[in-house]
Design a protein around this ligand. Structure first.
Ligand SMILES: Nc1ncnc2c1ncn2[C@@H]1O[C@H](COP(=O)(O)OP(=O)(O)OP(=O)(O)O)[C@@H](O)[C@H]1O
Ligand SMILES: [Mg+2]
Length: 285
């Protein structure tokens, strides 16, 4: 696996040659919480999607529509009410292994330093540690964490803890990355930096990525496809293909095609009634 610093020079290779990731199928997945209770709650309507090996797919949707619920089921950490997740054609029957996970709640172990939290991924799998340590060192540097390696989670800021959680997801270069708002606690500039790093990493390693974000700009900047979810109980109501070369500019204004895609997503939200604005126009008059 190339170090992140090497990844900078690597151009996106044609899809089929370079893809290392697995094929993920989400097959009519549904979730009802409290099925046996008096008031069951439907969190996710039947949802299907296929993510091809090495494809980067984002999910956007209003708060509470079921994005994290969907992600937890894809990771095999939450039992679906109906439907199935298939990894390379095989139905997932427990927690996914060989996956990098960066979720909304970055669950770091309090009694381990930032670096120990990241290296634990290799320790658990009994891997030779020298390459894991080197990769972790490069990631810490790229993510602006070099001085944080020996600190404990309670000694880190929220944004730093989230970056440690990202480093943990990326350290083994897994074939699948499941990311749920992984940049949510980052300040605006770090967020751009980490997004750039993720794009570079994806271009060199080509994992299959399922990425949940509230940021339309991030979704169109990073993805091959964007899935748009309806308000709760959510399902996928639109799908946009973003066929633009990489690396892509970090701001929408720099690339009219990106801005057009973002506008299409906002228009979907407008039609779905997600944005309440008392007659104010969504786009400039
Ligand atoms: N364990 C649970 N028990 C009962 N209801 C739940 C549970 N987990 C989630 N929900 C409900 O399911 C719905 C979807 O939650 P989910 O966390 O998937 O939303 P989300 O789309 O990720 O929202 P956000 O963008 O705010 O993160 C919400 O109404 C939430 O309250
Ligand atoms: Mg969520």
């Amino acid at each position: 696996m190339p170090a992140l610093s090497e990844a900078r020079a690597v151009k996106a290779a044609p899809r089929d040659e370079a893809a290392r990731g697995v094929r993920l199928e989400i097959d009519r997945l549904t979730k009802v919480f409290g099925e046996d209770a008096d008031r069951p709650f439907e969190a996710l309507r039947p949802t299907s999607a296929t993510i091809e090996p090495g494809e980067f797919v984002s999910v956007v949707g209003p708060s509470g529509c079921g994005k994290s619920t969907l992600m937890l089921m894809v990771a095999g950490l939450l039992q679906p009410t109906g439907g199935a997740v298939k990894v390379d054609g095989t139905v997932l029957r427990g927690p996914m292994t060989d996956v990098g996970i960066a979720f909304q709640d970055h669950l770091l172990l309090d009694f381990r330093t930032a670096m120990e939290n990241v290296l634990l991924q290799g320790v658990i799998r009994r891997l030779p540690m020298a390459p894991v340590q080197e990769r972790a060192r490069v990631l810490f540097e790229r993510l602006g964490l070099a001085n944080a390696a020996d600190r404990y989670p309670h000694q880190l800021s929220g944004g730093m803890r989230q970056r440690v959680s990202l480093a943990r997801a990326l350290v083994l270069g897994p074939p699948v990355l499941l990311m749920d708002e992984p940049f949510g606690a980052l300040d605006a500039l770090t967020r751009l930096q980490v997004r750039y790093d993720l794009e570079q990493l994806w271009m060199s390693d080509r994992p299959t990525v399922l990425f949940i974000t509230h940021s339309v700009e991030e979704a169109v900047g990073l993805s091959d496809r964007v899935l748009v979810m309806s308000p709760s109980p959510g399902d996928v109501v639109e799908e946009l293909r973003i066929d633009l070369p990489r690396p892509r500019p970090l701001t929408l204004g720099a690339e009219p095609a990106l801005a057009r895609h973002a506008r299409r997503i906002y228009d979907h939200f407008d039609r779905l009634g997600v944005i309440h604005r008392d007659g104010a126009p969504l786009h400039g008059r």
